[in-house]
Design a protein around this ligand. Structure first.
Ligand code: PLP
Length: 398
């Protein structure tokens, strides 16, 4: 038997995997499962972006690029930060990686070491937790409150700060809650973080998916001191329906960016040259496809939110961004379906899949078992059908 490292043994399998595997199995056997579990836009990558990739292949852009990304893409990212976020960076402060997930991984690796604590507000996206562990640090999970739109307050933040607090993870708009922090809220959190010299990793991957006229604010843009203390993470996956292209990026003080690029130079090297060329077109090109996608997502959010809040016992705050609803389903705990008990959100998710044939993600994946996550990155027709099925099943619990 080959021995596995402690690092490998410490990785928890994804808690969503068994439901996902079951949903796939059901689909393969011909059952029309409605999936509210997906984490990617259901739109296609816009044509001008695809064309740019084809042109790059034809022009011979098929070789290694600098490990941290091409100068052209870094310049497009610098321009994007200036234009959209009011942030001034130089190209030596930008690192392009194989998706925002990879950017986050690199950031935790270069910022954390054993003995460090990373403050992680819950609900959280599941990969943060594993990446913190992989960096040898300890995640300090702090629960946020539903009645506060799942946003952390400065007081809640202060309560978990210790001498070992090294990094604070911020995700706005949030997966799974869709919560969006305002400039004032960010300024108030930022003040506490600066006081304790805590570095911020700000995951802004859902930046463009905002509704009700909300504005995205990067915490790095709130003050020059906060910019010096923040690693901004973003990418093209969600904004441009480019999840398969695998391009994410980070902006950080130059020594941090250099460390991230050096680390990457010994693991993946550069992200795919062709996907980098496509990302230049995404960032510099027309933005109308993004706007059209947002209009469609907002319609779906409004419809799904109305349907979910109309179900007795369920509460769900209105999410300002991303493409998820995160309803509290705990009113159904203690009930049963044909003798089968529902004691938590995982039981309910299993029941929804097996009986109603609707796939949802149980909240345990995000650090809270009173909730389920519903993605509306699927057609309106599917949303209507899926909501009918959920309503019917919940109505049949006794
Ligand atoms: N951050 C959050 C909060 C996400 O939900 C995701 C994808 O699901 C990512 C980062 C990763 O994005 P990418 O596809 O760029 O790796």
């Amino acid at each position: 038997m080959m021995r596995l490292s402690e690092r490998a043994l410490g990785i928890s399998p994804s808690p969503t995997l068994s439901i996902d595997a079951k949903a796939k199995q059901m689909k393969a056997s011909g059952i029309k499962v409605i999936s509210f579990g997906v984490g990617e836009p259901d739109f296609d990558t816009p044509d001008h972006i695809k064309e740019a990739a084809i042109e790059a292949i034809k022009a011979g852009e098929t070789r290694y690029t600098p490990a941290g990304g091409t100068l052209k893409l870094k310049q497009a990212i610098v321009d994007k930060f200036r234009r959209e976020n009011g942030l001034e960076y130089q190209t030596n402060q930008i690192v392009v990686s194989v998706g925002a997930k990879h950017s986050l991984y690199n950031a935790f690796q270069v910022l954390c070491q054993p003995g460090d604590e990373v403050i992680l507000p819950a609900p959280y996206w599941v990969s943060y937790l594993e990446q913190i562990k992989l960096a040898g640090a300890e995640a300090v999970i702090v629960q946020t409150r539903e009645e506060n739109g799942f946003k952390l307050t400065p007081r809640e933040l202060k309560e978990v700060i210790t001498a070992r607090s090294r990094v604070f993870l911020l995700n706005s708009p949030s997966n799974p809650t869709g919560g969006v922090y305002t400039r004032d809220e960010l300024a108030a959190l930022g003040e506490v973080l600066l006081e304790h010299n805590i570095t911020i990793i700000s995951d802004e991957i859902y930046e463009k998916l905002l509704y009700d006229g909300l504005e995205h604010v990067s915490i790095a843009s709130v003050s020059p001191q906060l910019k010096e203390n923040t690693v901004v993470i973003n990418g093209v996956s969600k904004a441009y329906a480019m999840t398969g292209w695998r391009i994410g990026y980070a902006a950080a003080p130059a020594p941090v960016a250099k460390a991230m690029a050096d680390l990457q130079s010994h693991s993946t090297s550069n992200p795919t040259s062709i996907a980098q060329a496509a990302s230049v077109a995404a960032l510099n090109g027309p933005q109308d496809a993004v706007a059209a996608m947002v209009v469609e997502f907002e319609k779906r959010r409004n419809y799904m939110l109305e349907r979910i809040n109309a179900i007795p016992g369920i509460t769900c705050p209105k999410p300002g961004g991303a493409f998820y609803l995160y309803p509290n389903v705990s009113a159904y705990f203690g009930k049963s379906y044909q003798g089968r008990p529902v004691n938590n959100a995982t039981d309910l998710a299993n029941l929804l899949l097996e009986v109603a044939e609707v796939a949802v993600v149980p909240g345990i994946a995000f650090g809270g078992d009173d909730f389920i996550r519903l993605s509306y990155a699927t057609s309106m027709e599917n949303i209507k059908e899926g909501m009918d099925r959920i309503e019917k099943l919940l109505g049949a619990l006794e």
